[in-house]
Design a protein around this ligand. Structure first.
Ligand SMILES: Nc1ncnc2c1ncn2[C@@H]1O[C@H](COP(=O)(O)OP(=O)(O)O)[C@@H](O)[C@H]1O
Ligand SMILES: [Mg+2]
Length: 164
């Protein structure tokens, strides 16, 4: 496995669970948000949903970071919304072996967690567009769907044994 990508809508817990999972596995953690160009951050901060064309370059950057880690013999845990199947295919382009972990929960629960979060650019107003864009994992994709009704540490403990 080259990477585990922890995916899902804004506020579902990608960063929290991703960090916990990376800790359990002893793998480096890459924060997908940190690879957005400034224009994307500006859009989201202003409550403007990103479009496909805003996301391709960002996804390619993340794929390149996974490939770079692989070439130095490392596997990584990455947080990245990866909302659409096409985005997931782009992340695994070039033959990367990527396991997707979809953190799934109700809009209400995620909204309430986002509303409590401080110091993050993503406004709760973008949640509806995130759910509209979300394509859950299909049966033929390489991934697992996890309910978020547990602590990040518990979710990581459930997922870690499935990664090898
Ligand atoms: N499983 C969880 N249980 C309780 N709170 C959580 C859980 N996962 C995340 N949170 C909290 O919800 C908010 C959003 O989580 P975060 O990891 O930032 O989501 P994302 O990276 O997907 O946007 C944060 O304030 C975080 O502390
Ligand atoms: Mg995050």
């Amino acid at each position: 496995m080259d990477a585990v990508v922890v995916m899902g809508v804004a506020g579902c817990g990608k960063t929290s669970v991703g960090q916990a999972l990376a800790g359990s596995l002893g793998w480096p953690f890459l924060e997908g948000d940190s690879f957005h160009p400034a224009e994307n951050i500006a859009k989201m901060s202003a409550g403007i949903p990103l479009q496909d064309e805003d996301r391709w370059g960002w996804l390619d950057t993340i794929a390149a970071r996974i490939a770079q880690a692989r070439s130095s013999g490392e596997s990584v845990v990455v947080s990245c919304s990866a909302l659409k199947r096409r985005y997931r295919e782009r992340l695994a382009a070039g033959g990367l072996r990527v396991l997707f972990v979809h953190l799934s929960g109700t809009r209400e629960l995620i909204h309430s967690r986002m509303a409590l979060r401080t110091g993050h650019y993503m406004p709760t107003s973008l949640l509806d567009s995130q759910f509209a864009a979300l394509e859950p994992l299909a049966a033929d994709e390489f991934g697992i769907t996890c309910d978020i009704d547990a602590s990040p540490a518990e979710i990581a403990a459930r997922v870690a044994p499935l990664v090898s």
